[in-house]
Design a protein around this ligand. Sequence first.
Ligand code: 5GP
Length: 190
Amino acid sequence: MSEQKKGRIIILSGPSGVGKGTVLKELLARNPGIHLSISATTRSPRTGEIDGVNYYFITREAFEEHIARGEMLEYASYNGNYYGTPALKVQEKLDDGIDVLLEIEVQGALKVMEARKDVVSIFLLPPSREELEHRLTGRGTEDAETIRKRLEASIYELSLADRYQYRVVNDEIPRAVAEIEQILGCGAAV
Ligand code: 5GP
């Protein structure tokens, strides 16, 4: 009986405003073999976000039930809300030999890195602190207090970048995506 090759967990983290969403979209468009894990969260949907597509938007009670039943691969509290990765779907994909991408914040990422060996961890860095502030303010989807909180969180997150196996600067999206493909050994970079 031949052993099926397992997939890898690919962790992509980076401060809010670094452009994770855009890099991720491009990476997945170019590499349809990578599965994006859909997280659960207790935060409210932003305009245009769809339940089951961007996140599973659930209540605190439901989230805590999932935690109690051991159904989260990892979870963290961020800006007063829970965010977590449902374990079952991830494991199914890995068992099928499919790489699974987790776009998660640093606390959860560190937990996964400590608990498992089958992980490739990548931290997306802004070209500069000024550029990050500029991108975060320019997005226009959040109020001033939320932006201030996110900037504060980004200082903490950036301080943990060296705990990741790889750091990629998001100066230009196609270049950053190509660098990630090279790290993963996939896409046009191979
Ligand atoms: P946002 O509210 O902007 O969608 O996400 C806020 C932060 O939560 C981002 O840094 C994002 O990477 C992180 N995040 C999203 N899903 C998860 C998850 O399942 N687990 C953890 N630990 N962080 C997550």
